[in-house]
Design a protein around this ligand. Structure first.
Ligand code: BES
Ligand code: ZN
Length: 467
């Protein structure tokens, strides 16, 4: 084990690793910058060596803190497990995070290169700054600081950091099943979600589930001249347009038969509580999205629709000529990539059956349809006022010196419900990301103050959970 001295050598470097442009870069930020420089894009196989290098760096950094660290191989990207010396009678806390990131395209829209972190306007700009390297590494540094003060933590701690979250955690469930006895914690904490507004500590007690698929429509065996053949056969690009349009009614509700059957209605106390939460008004959504208007299922506020109602989304659509100018072609095929956000008590497998049935039934004549199912994950909900929930609220209060708000999140972390199913433990979602963090988009960013709050939050949380 390298021991703590290693980090001190780095801390003494004369110029920070951002090239010296920003004299205010602290040793902790400098460390985060190293982590952010790995292009650990899990979805692209050409980046597999970068994902691995990132995991290896993480292992070494966690070992430097004095933790016992193991790297577990999976069929794809490795899982990193780090623990302190566990002692009987102490609470077992697991902290989960992911070190993989989303692709960076369109690259030309980035104001600084995605894997060359920079500080501008008090924010860290890099792919993964919020989702999830900045948030997860704040926890690692919180533990680092605690260990530096006292090598005995108040809890039995397990860090579980994976490299496949952004591709649906295909290998993590099996890992949990095989290592259940060793991993089984009392409670799990994750910072991979959002805060409703700067300075407003936010405890998430729900996540939406997800199920994805791709529909491919095939017509003629090859592209045809649209003059010689237009009018003779069905056009797959027109057909995909009609098929996609069939997913919604004109008012924005999902038109798939049975889609809403298992949806758990919102509780009145949630609707009342959320009507007082800052940062989630219609005007806030308009400001963040810069969209000309809001749109969605009637009868719910925008925040309610995003957090607690299911949706159908077209993530991508294509087919035919995409180049400059016009080309008179009748394409041989067209596709749409679809995802469905789910809420308690919808089951992703059941919903995909309904989706497939809908797509086949509504497929226009003259084309063949192929449906390729993608990854899925269950929705999650827990009690924000459970013993652990209250401890999390107290830790948030301490770290931010403000009263926490309670929300359900619109995004998905599919492994969270699997944690409950396999390990029997609930998860606290201590979000540190802001709504303008640009996660999954160009110019992802994370305020330095949130990073620092995350370090304090970790320490407050471990102390609260030890009680
Ligand atoms: N960190 C996000 C999820 C998130 C972000 C939840 C903000 C709540 C608020 C996570 O990395 C993510 O992007 N998840 C994917 C899951 C999918 C790939 C299975 C998502 O939600 O699209
Ligand atoms: Zn993400």
């Amino acid at each position: 084990m390298a021991g703590r001295a290693g980090s001190f050598v780095e801390f003494a470097l004369p110029a920070p690793l951002d090239g010296g442009k920003h004299r205010s870069v602290t040793p902790q930020l400098n460390d985060l910058f190293k982590f952010l420089r790995f292009p650990s894009i899990s979805t692209s196989s050409s980046h597999a060596p970068d994902v691995r290098a990132c995991a290896t760096w993480l292992v070494e950094r966690l070992e430097d803190m004095g933790l016992l660290v193991r790297l577990h191989e999976t069929p794809k990207h490795p899982i990193v497990i780090a623990k302190n010396a566990h002692k009987p009678g102490r609470r077992h806390v697991m902290i989960y995070g992911h070190y993989d990131v989303q692709p960076v395209d369109p690259l030309e829209l980035w104001e600084s290169p995605p894997f060359e972190p920079e500080i501008r306007d008090g924010k860290i700009w890099a792919r993964g700054a919020t989702d999830n390297k900045g948030q997860m590494f704040a926890h690692a540094l919180g533990v680092d600081a605690m260990l530096a003060e006292n090598p005995d933590l108040p809890v039995n701690l397990t860090f579980l950091f994976e490299g496949e979250e952004e591709i649906g955690s295909p290998n993590l469930a099996q890992f949990l099943v095989h290592n259940c006895d060793e991993l089984k914690p009392d409670v799990i904490a994750i910072s991979d979600t959002g805060m409703v507004a700067p300075g407003v500590p936010t405890l998430g007690y729900g996540l939406r589930g997800i199920t994805c698929c791709e529909a491919i429509l095939r017509g003629p065996s090859g592209d045809l001249h649209s003059g010689l053949f237009g009018g003779s056969v069905a056009n797959p690009a027109s057909a995909i347009g009609r098929l996609v349009a069939s997913l919604h009614k004109i008012d924005g509700t999902v038109a798939i038969s049975g889609f809403y059957d298992d949806v758990r209605p919102l509780e009145q106390w949630e609707r009342t509580m959320w009507s007082h939460v800052p940062g989630v008004s219609d005007m806030d959504y308009l400001t963040v999205t810069k969209s000309p208007g809001l749109y969605g299922e009637p009868g719910y506020s925008t925040m309610e629709r995003v957090s607690s109602r299911p949706t159908a989304e077209v993530n991508g659509i294509g087919g035919g000529y995409q180049g400059e100018g016009s080309k008179t072609v009748l394409p041989s095929e067209a596709f749409a990539k679809l995802s469905f956000r789910l809420v308690p008590d919808q089951d992703p497998k059941r919903i995909m059956e309904l989706v497939a049935h809908h797509l086949e039934w509504n497929c226009p004549p003259g084309v063949r349809i192929e449906i390729i199912p993608g990854h899925d994950g269950k929705p999650y909900i827990t009690d924000p006022n459970s013993t652990y929930g209250l401890a999390a609220q107290e830790a948030l209060r301490a770290a931010f010196d403000a009263e926490p708000v309670l929300i359900r999140e619109g995004g998905s972390i599919p492994i969270v419900q699997t944690f409950r199913d396999v390990l029997g433990a609930d998860t606290l979602l201590l979000g540190l990301g802001l709504s303008d963090a640009q996660i999954h988009a160009p110019n992802e960013n994370f305020p330095v103050e949130n990073f620092e709050a995350g370090i304090r939050l970790n320490q407050a949380l471990l102390k609260e959970l030890a009680k």
